[in-house]
Design a protein around this ligand. Structure first.
Ligand SMILES: C[S@@+](CC[C@H](N)C(=O)[O-])C[C@H]1O[C@@H](n2cnc3c(N)ncnc32)[C@H](O)[C@@H]1O
Length: 206
C-alpha cells in the first residue's frame, strides 16, 4: 500500500475518496481503452500518486503530452518529482475545472483523451454538470472521456456524449465501473493534433 496515499486519505477523506491506489488490473484495463499508435494529448483528473499516469506515460510516444490535474499539493509535489525528467508530462496543482484555461495558456485547443479518477459522485450537481460540459468541449471529435468509479451514476448526467460503454472491473478494491464516453468524430481531427503536437514540441514543453 502507498504510505503517501493512506496519509492523504486520512487528511482529506472526501477529496481522496479511496485508501489505496488503483490496482494493476484496473490500470491496464483503463489504458487499454486508449489508442497509442499516434501522438496523443491526454489530460488526467485526480492522478493521486500517479499509478495511471505512469502507465499512460509508458505507452505514449515521444510527441504525446500528458497533463495531470491534481488538487492535493503533496501528491502534486510527488508527481513533479516522478516526472521531472519527462518533458511530455505537466503537473498542474489545480482543480480539474481549470482544464480549458490551462490548455488555452499552452495553445492546445483540445485533447484526444481525458481520464478521470476524481470522486464525481460526491460533486455538487451544478459543479458536476459544468465539469462534464467543459470536459466534452475540451475533447476533439473522436476523442473519449474515460472514468473509473464505484457507481455508474455519471451516465445519467453525461447524456450529451454521443456514446457510452461501461464494464465492471472486479480486480480492484473496491470493484469499479470503467466507462468510456465517446465524442463523435469530425474530419481532419487527427491531422490537426499531429500538426499541433509538432509545433508544441518544437517550442518546448511543460
Ligand atoms: C480516488 S483518488 C484516485 C487516485 C488515482 N487516480 C488512483 O487511481 O489511484 C482521487 C484523486 O482525485 C483528486 N481530486 C479530487 N477532486 C479533484 C478535482 N476537482 N480536481 C483535481 N483532482 C481532484 C484527489 O486529490 C485524489 O488524488
Amino acid at each position: 500500500m502507498s504510505a503517501l496515499f493512506f496519509k492523504r486519505f486520512l487528511q482529506k477523506p472526501f477529496q481522496i475518496a479511496s485508501i489505496i491506489p488503483s490496482s494493476k488490473a484496473l490500470v491496464e484495463r483503463v489504458a487499454g481503452k486508449m489508442d497509442f499508435k499516434q501522438p496523443r494529448i491526454i489530460a488526467e483528473y485526480g492522478p493521486g500518486e500517479g499509478v495511471h499516469s505512469r502507465e499512460l506515460a509508458s505507452r505514449m510516444d515521444a510527441h504525446s503530452r500528458l497533463f495531470l490535474f491534481e488538487l492535493d499539493p503533496a501528491f502534486s509535489r510527488d508527481l513533479e518529482r516522478q516526472f521531472a525528467d519527462d518533458p511530455r508530462v505537466t503537473v498542474i496543482n489545480r482543480d480539474a475545472a481549470s482544464l480549458s484555461e490551462e490548455l488555452t495558456q499552452r495553445g492546445i485547443p483540445q485533447c484526444d483523451y481525458i481520464l478521470s479518477g476524481i470522486p464525481f459522485s460526491i460533486l455538487e450537481i451544478r459543479k458536476k454538470r459544468a465539469l462534464l460540459q467543459d470536459t466534452y468541449d475540451a475533447l476533439k471529435g473522436g476523442g473519449a472521456f474515460i472514468i473509473y468509479q464505484v457507481t455508474n451514476e455519471l451516465r445519467q448526467h453525461a447524456t450529451f456524449f454521443d456514446r457510452a460503454e461501461s464494464e465492471y472491473c472486479l480486480q480492484n478494491i473496491p470493484p469499479m465501473f470503467v466507462t468510456v464516453f465517446q465524442k463523435a468524430s469530425t474530419r481532419n481531427g487527427h491531422a490537426r493534433t499531429t500538426q499541433l503536437l509538432r509545433t508544441v514540441s518544437a517550442n518546448g514543453a511543460k
